[in-house]
Ligand binder design. Structure first.
Ligand SMILES: Nc1ncnc2c1ncn2[C@@H]1O[C@H](COP(=O)(O)OP(=O)(O)OP(=O)(O)O)[C@@H](O)[C@H]1O
Ligand code: SF4
Ligand SMILES: [Mg+2]
Length: 342
């Protein structure tokens, strides 16, 4: 049987006056119900465009979209905008990076949950309101009977985030995408919110995608992790593959950039030099080569040939020209000891 969500060679390109922005450039992955996929990468790597793409939110807006998105046996890239809109809410829902942008400022939080719920459930307004209060309570909003009548701007950042989670979860979506759900929140609230999402996911056996630039956030929650760079997957594997056997120099950099409790947030063990490329002018060959400390090891190949995403072991995939044995030796002998001892 095929997976609940299957994304195959997804491309989302935006024609602009400055050129074609290749935000998502051939992404392939699977996700089963009850499982969590972490999508990780620096700012501008295409994470949000990917999630909005799955929800069909780029449709009809001039983007060039190709590839396939199969959700529970249905193909969505070729489906009409109306059809995909009808799936949002119950079949799939998203917790957006910026809660204010996804909530209507002129309607109370309760009304927005009630409306979303009543699209998919034939119930009276009173029943839907009770459900809204119940959901707000479950996401840890105090006095939900009173807060249900508040407007989004009357909530603090953390509470607004919770309200948005309540909204996204109110129809028990089968696929939930959480895009940087905790970036703006302090560490304790972050942990609470992530725990809550995982609890609800278990209860409803939904498929969960957590998007973040911080590998630490997905360490304990994800079954699989997809590392994205310049619109492409550069490493994909189980959480253990990514944390204990990573093979891509960019993943090493992300691991070395993880904030740690025992050091200043500004201290980085293994900083990734330079900044991510513009997606209009992606470097030729391996997109990471201008920043990669090992680019010289593969002759001129890194600058001229795009490496394929190849299987290294089991379901572990890596996009790098470097010899597999060499990558493993580097990790074991140089990178891992550096991350462990410092
Ligand atoms: N509608 C659009 N038109 C043109 N370019 C776009 C559009 N939407 C996104 N982009 C570009 O696509 C690239 C990827 O954007 P995206 O928002 O997916 O990054 P991200 O990985 O989510 O980053 P962040 O961590 O900062 O949220 C960026 O260069 C962005 O400017
Ligand atoms: S292909 Fe070369 S430049 Fe790219 S990540 Fe691998 S070693 Fe670095
Ligand atoms: Mg984003």
């Amino acid at each position: 049987m095929s997976a609940f969500l299957q994304v195959k060679d997804l491309k989302i390109h935006f024609p602009t006056d400055d050129g074609l922005v290749k935000s998502v450039d051939g992404l392939t992955f699977d996700l089963e119900r009850g499982k969590t996929l972490g999508i990780v990468g620096e700012s501008g790597s295409g994470k949000s465009v990917t999630s909005l793409g799955i929800l069909g939110l780029h449709k009809g807006k001039g983007a060039n979209i190709s590839g396939e998105i199969w959700l529970d046996g249905e193909e969505l890239v070729g489906a009409s905008q109306e059809h995909v809109r009808g799936l949002r809410g119950k079949k799939m829902a998203m917790i957006f990076q910026d809660p204010l942008s996804s909530m209507h400022p002129f309607y109370t939080v309760g009304d927005q949950i009630i409306e979303a719920y009543r699209i998919h459930n034939k119930v009276t307004k009173a029943v839907a309101k009770k459900h809204a209060i119940d959901m707000l309570g479950r996401v840890g909003i105090p006095e939900p009977q009173r807060r249900v009548d508040s407007y989004p701007h009357e909530f603090s950042g953390g509470m607004r985030q919770r309200a948005m989670i309540a909204m996204a979860l109110s129809c028990d979506p089968e696929l939930l995408i959480a895009d940087e759900p905790t970036t703006a929140l302090d560490v304790t609230v972050q942990a609470q919110i992530l725990d809550l999402m995982v609890d609800l996911q278990r209860e409803f056996n939904s498929a969960l995608i957590i998007i973040t630039h911080d590998l630490g956030v997905v360490a304990e929650l994800s079954d699989d992790i997809l590392v994205m760079y310049a619109g492409k997957c550069i490493e994909y594997g189980s959480a253990d593959d990514i944390f204990y056997r990573p093979e891509h120099p960019y993943t090493w950099g992300l691991l070395g950039s993880m904030p740690r409790l025992d050091r200043e947030p500004t201290e980085r063990l293994l900083p990734i030099k330079g900044s991510p490329p513009s997606l209009i002018n992606v470097p030729p060959g391996c997109a990471f080569h201008p920043r990669c400390p090992y680019a010289e090891r593969t002759g001129g190949k890194a600058k001229s040939e795009v490496p394929d995403l190849l299987q290294t072991q089991g379901g572990h995939l890596v996009r790098c020209h470097m010899d597999r044995t060499e990558r493993r030796e580097l990790w074991e002998n140089e990178i891992k000891p550096l991350l462990e001892t410092q």
